[in-house]
Design a binder for this molecule. Structure first.
Ligand SMILES: [Zn+2]
Length: 326
C-alpha cells in the first residue's frame, strides 16, 4: 500500500450512564478495537479534556499497530439525551457540558469531523448497518434499559423531529392515571416496560399480595430486571405478572407507534433485549391484538449487536457525514 493510500477508520463512542464504550470501526463496519472507561461528570474543562485525550490516545495507539494503514476519518459520539440545536441542554442520564466537550474534541482531533448523535438513534443506525435491520427500508428501534429510548429511521435518515424528540416512545401513555413519570406525566410506557418499571411491577404485585417474605430472586436494585427474569424462569407469580405487564404495555405502545410511522421493522434493543426470547412472543401477541390491520404483521425482532450497536452506529453516523450519503 503506497503512501497517502490510507484506509478510513472511524471512532465510535457510546456515552452511557456508567461507562463510555469506545470502538475503532472500519469503513465496512467491523469492530477493529474496543475499550471502555468509567463515565464521570463532563462539566469541567479538565474532565472534558481528559475524555478527549483518552479517545485520541486509544485511537493513536491502536492505529500505530497497523503501521500507518489506517487513519481516523471521523468521530461519532452517541449521547443519552436529545441532541438538538434547539434543546442542547436536555441530557437526563449524564452530566455533560456540550460546548466544553466539543472544544476538547476539536483540540484533540483538529483535522477530523466530530459529530454527535442521540444514543438510541446511533444504536438504530448500527443495527441498520450491521445488525438485525440490514436492508430495512424503515425502522422503529426501541432501547429497553434503565429507561426507554427510541429511534425512527427512514431510508437511512434519522427522523429527529422539529424539537429533537421524535421517537420518544417511552412517554407514550399506556395507562391513564398510571404511575408517575419523570416527565411530569402519568402512565408512560417507561414506567412499565423499562428495567425500572419491571422491578416496580414486581414489588407492587408482591406488596398487593401482602407477601413480605424474602426470596432469592428479589431484585437487588431499582433497575435489576435480570432478577425478575430469573424469578420468572423460577415460576414466581409476581415475576410472571410483571413480565406480562411489561409485554402487554410494550405491545400496546408499539401498536400505537405503528399507526403513525408504519415501519418496515420494529427492533428491540438495550439491556433487556438479552431476555427477548422470554418476552418477544408475548410482546408480538399484544402488538397484534392492539394494532390496526395493515400493520398487524410487522416484524418485531431483537437487536443483533447488543451493547455494541451504539459504538458501531456512532461510527456509521460519522462515516455518513463524511460522504455524499446525506
Ligand atoms: Zn413520561
Amino acid at each position: 500500500m503506497g503512501k497517502g493510500k490510507f484506509k478510513d477508520m472511524y471512532l465510535g463512542v457510546d456515552m452511557g450512564g456508567t461507562t463510555v464504550k469506545i470502538g475503532l470501526v472500519t469503513e465496512d463496519g467491523q469492530l477493529f478495537a474496543t475499550t471502555t472507561i468509567p463515565t464521570v461528570e463532563y462539566t469541567t474543562e479538565s474532565d472534558c479534556a481528559k475524555l478527549a485525550w483518552d479517545l485520541s490516545t486509544f485511537a493513536r495507539e491502536n492505529l500505530a499497530d497497523t503501521l500507518g494503514v489506517y487513519k481516523i476519518a471521523g468521530v461519532g459520539i452517541a449521547i443519552p439525551g436529545v441532541v438538538s440545536k434547539r434543546n442542547p441542554d436536555l441530557l437526563p442520564n449524564i452530566r455533560l457540558n456540550f460546548e466544553m466537550l466539543h472544544n476538547a474534541m476539536s483540540y484533540e482531533f483538529p483535522e477530523t469531523n466530530v459529530v454527535y448523535i442521540n444514543d438510541a438513534n446511533a444504536a438504530g443506525l448500527g443495527e441498520l448497518w450491521q445488525g438485525s435491520a440490514v436492508g430495512a427500508e424503515s425502522l422503529l428501534y426501541i432501547t429497553l434499559g434503565t429507561g426507554i429510548g427510541g429511534a425512527l429511521i427512514s431510508h437511512g435518515h434519522i427522523i429527529t423531529g422539529f424539537n429533537g424528540a421524535a421517537g420518544e416512545i417511552g412517554h407514550l401513555n399506556v395507562l391513564p392515571d398510571g404511575r408517575e413519570c419523570g416527565c411530569g406525566g402519568h402512565g408512560c410506557l417507561e414506567q412499565y416496560a423499562s428495567a425500572k418499571g419491571v422491578v416496580k411491577s414486581y414489588f407492587e404485585f408482591k406488596a398487593e399480595a401482602g407477601d413480605t417474605s424474602e426470596y432469592e430472586h428479589d431484585p437487588k436494585h431499582p433497575s435489576d430486571s435480570l432478577s425478575v427474569f430469573e424469578a420468572y424462569a423460577d415460576g414466581n407469580e409476581y415475576a410472571i405478572r410483571a413480565i406480562q405487564t411489561f409485554s402487554e404495555m410494550l405491545g400496546l405502545a408499539l401498536s400505537q407507534a405503528a399507526c403513525i410511522f408504519d415501519p418496515h421493522m420494529i427492533l428491540l434493543g438495550g439491556g433487556m433485549a438479552g431476555s427477548a426470547d422470554v418476552f418477544l412472543p408475548m410482546v408480538v401477541s399484544s402488538y397484534k391484538e392492539h394494532s390496526i390491520k395493515p400493520v398487524r404483521n410487522t416484524e418485531i425482532r431483537k437487536s443483533a449487536l447488543g451493547n455494541k450497536s451504539g459504538m458501531i452506529g456512532a461510527a456509521y453516523y460519522a462515516l455518513s457525514k463524511n460522504s455524499t450519503w446525506e
